[in-house]
Design a protein around this ligand. Structure first.
Ligand code: P6P
Length: 352
């Protein structure tokens, strides 16, 4: 389409968003059309999460200026110091969803128990679980951080949702995603129809489709892990790492990239190909179950990984097949290109 006055297609040159401008709202609505029985409830939850991420993003980009930098001095259920931005993100996500009548119950990394919908509000058919600000130890040093969310249908029949509603296998997720607050703010999500990325244009406050149908590249580039703990790993994980580095005489030679913010490490590997792992370790003398939480970190990221052609494992089992036993349960976590995750499982099966 050539504009007579301009003599060229205005969208092609002036428009920074390629030929088509697709907002996240339009994209989500278009995808909903693929579900004839859809009521729009899930669509509206996704809208609310997008809104929450815009509000949180407006604070993360000014964290050093609005006096919410630094910690509250209090600890959360994980025994981690709660950063002010953690608290803020947590409250925004809850307050945007507690009164809509779309959610039966919520749970957050920042709270020991499930978060009931206040008595004065109706409950709805969905369950929302989230890590409001993953990687928050990086806030004060201006490194990318992220929000992770997971959405299930409630299992309980009615009334206020239950803990059981929050402890579902990842295979039963209806939607999951993350927001990365980095050089730009991106929202990446899936409802089981592929993985799609949207970049926030803060000048207009809109998320625009920038990465449709994201797939792990066939030729992975990076491995991401905290090798500072290598001496605490099991033999299988140490041998796996040597294999990745080509130190076992093989011909692999991946580069190490580790940010210390799982959302950022996952996001880079999703776009470049690679594997992220946080294995069990014996830092405190006994073998741990890993650091990352199954319900609101590993399962949603595993859902995205499988939707993008990769996979995720606890070293022996696919993460999406795991039945959570408690809200803050930790697991060893390997996620990325399928062949790299399966190689980790092989080494652990052979060497422990
Ligand atoms: P470590 C951030 O605190 C986090 O939960 C993940 O985002 C990240 O991958 C991991 O912990 C980093 O942990 O022990 O390497 O500092």
């Amino acid at each position: 389409m050539v504009n007579a006055a301009l003599g060229r297609n205005p969208l092609q040159y002036d428009d920074p968003y390629s030929e088509k401008i697709v907002t996240i709202e339009r994209f989500i609505l278009d995808k909903q059309k693929g579900y004839p029985g859809a009521t729009g409830t899930l669509t509206n939850i996704l809208y609310d999460i997008a809104l929450a991420s815009k509000i949180i993003a407006s604070r993360t980009t000014r964290a050093g200026l609005v006096e919410i930098l630094g910690s509250t001095g209090r600890e959360n259920v994980q025994g981690e110091t709660v950063q002010k931005l953690d608290e803020y993100a947590d409250s925004i996500l809850f307050k945007l969803n507690d009164h809509t009548g779309r959610v039966a119950v919520m749970a957050s990394e920042e709270h020991p128990d499930i978060l009931a919908i206040p008595e004065q509000y109706e409950t709805g058919p969905y369950v929302l679980l989230y890590d409001p600000l993953d990687g928050s130890s990086n806030i004060d040093v201006n490194v990318s951080i992220g929000t992770i969310f997971a959405i299930y249908r409630r299992k309980s029949a009615s009334g206020r949702g239950t803990l059981e509603d929050c402890l579902q296998r990842g295979r039963d997720l209806v939607a999951a995603g993350y927001v990365i607050y980095g050089a730009s703010t991106m929202l990446v999500y899936s409802t089981g129809q592929g993985v799609h990325g949207f970049t926030l244009d803060p000048s207009v406050g809109e998320f625009f489709l920038s990465h449709p149908n994201i797939r792990f590249p066939a030729k992975p580039k990076y491995y991401s892990t905290n090798q500072g703990y290598e001496r605490y790993w099991t033999e299988g994980v140490r041998r796996y790492t040597e294999w990745l580095q080509g130190r076992d005489g093989g011909n692999t030679s991946f580069s190490l990239r580790y940010i210390g913010s799982m959302v950022a490490d996952f996001h880079r590997n999703l776009l470049t190909g690679g594997v992220f792992y946080y294995p069990a370790d014996a830092k405190d003398g006994t073998l741990s179950s890993g650091k990352l939480r199954l319900v609101y970190e590993c399962a949603p990221m595993a859902f995205l990984a499988e939707q993008a052609g990769g996979t995720a494992s606890d070293g022996a089992n696919r993460v999406l097949d795991l039945q959570p036993e408690s809200l803050h349960q930790r697991i060893p976590f390997f996620v990325g290109n399928q062949e790299l995750v399966e190689k980790a499982e092989e080494f652990i099966a052979q060497f422990g």
